[in-house]
Design a protein around this ligand. Structure first.
Ligand code: ADP
Ligand code: MG
Length: 320
């Protein structure tokens, strides 16, 4: 028996979990109704995952559900916004119950963890593509923007860099690690948006961005928006044992510098707020590492101890 569009929505995308006070009406009518809290600004972002572009054909649906919401929430995290709701536009070649069940499980797993209500969406037939729009709230005038970095500010990153990129190299059989880096697959397929970390940085960080296209490229966006440059200390880049081993093995720093999909946060902080940042960072679920300094002169300079500095062309992933 073919699953009708309405059965499909009712069965897999109508859970009432995560509906906070800001949601007046969720899935089922022509629109969702939302009631933004007083004094807050609405932060909105949308991300699309297309089969064959952002994930391989026959990717695990549970991981896709997780990842599609997690990458959208990462943008809210980078602004310091508290996630509230999401909409889901799903384009499917066929309505397959086992696929939908697993996708829905992955999606709601992230939704429940970050208290996001799925309030609506759209379901159409076509080549597999997933668009997730998210909304969150941030105290008016306080959002973390890309444009706030000033010379003398310190540059930090959360977590470790290059894990997702290494996971991808291993998945594509372009690299065979001496010891298989456990957890790299999850880092690629089930990223963790740094939501509580981003919110804790409000009033502390001067600028922030999430690292989706590689640190060099994403820090580059902060530099451009702020009209500044930076020195980045390669030896200070936080790396997992697996990525350290890869860099030692290959001498290639592109993984921690330019590989995408990590969804960590890169932020800047005025030096006088460093003690506050240390306090805030002590409560993070992940590491918080100092990696560089903002400078007046434009561009990104990579510095290695005992070596000549090199100027770096930011080269993250480019679609076009
Ligand atoms: P309309 O034709 O008025 O746009 P739809 O038939 O597309 O309505 O959707 C019916 C209801 O189901 C709407 O509330 C819509 O937001 C919701 N919806 C449709 N697809 C999804 C989905 N994939 N996930 C969540 N909600 C959905
Ligand atoms: Mg519709």
């Amino acid at each position: 028996v073919a699953l009708s569009e309405f059965d499909l929505i009712g069965r897999y995308f109508s859970r009432l979990s995560g509906v906070g006070s800001a949601v007046v009406l969720g899935v089922g009518d022509d629109c969702a109704l939302l009631s933004p809290p007083a004094g807050m600004e609405l932060a909105v972002s949308v991300d699309t995952l297309v089969e064959g572009v952002h994930f391989p054909p026959a990717a695990e649906p549970e991981a896709l559900g997780h990842r599609s919401l997690a990458v959208a929430l990462s943008d809210l995290a980078a602004m310091g916004a508290q996630p509230s709701w999401a909409t889901l536009a799903l384009t499917l070649p066929v309505a397959e119950e086992s696929w939908l069940g697993a996708f829905s499980r992955g999606f709601y797993g992230v939704a429940e963890r970050f208290r996001v209500a799925l309030v609506g969406g759209d379901t159409t037939r076509g080549p597999l593509a997933i668009s997730v729009q998210v909304g969150g709230y941030v105290p008016a005038g306080k959002a973390l923007r890309r444009s706030g970095a000033r010379p003398g500010d310190l540059v930090y990153v959360t977590g470790t860099l290059g894990d997702a990129g290494l996971g991808l190299l291993i998945q594509q059989r372009q690299y065979f690690p001496p010891a298989y880096g456990l957890g790299l697959r999850d880092r690629l397929e089930r990223p963790t948006p740094r939501v509580s970390e981003g919110m804790a940085l409000l009033g502390v960080a001067s600028a922030a961005i999430d690292v989706s296209d590689g640190l060099a490229a994403d820090l580059g966006h902060i530099l451009e928006a702020s009209g500044v440059g930076a020195a980045l200390y390669l030896e200070r880049l936080p790396m997992s044992d697996a990525v350290c081993a890869y860099v030692a093995d290959t001498g290639d720093w592109n993984l921690p510098l330019s590989a995408g999909d990590d969804y960590e946060l890169c932020l800047t902080v005025p030096s006088q707020r460093q003690p506050t940042l240390d306090e805030v960072g002590a409560d993070f679920d992940c590491a918080l590492s100092w990696v560089g300094v903002i400078e007046k002169q434009g561009g990104l300079r990579c510095v290695r101890e005992g070596a000549q500095g090199c100027s770096l062309e930011p080269r993250g992933y480019r679609h076009f």
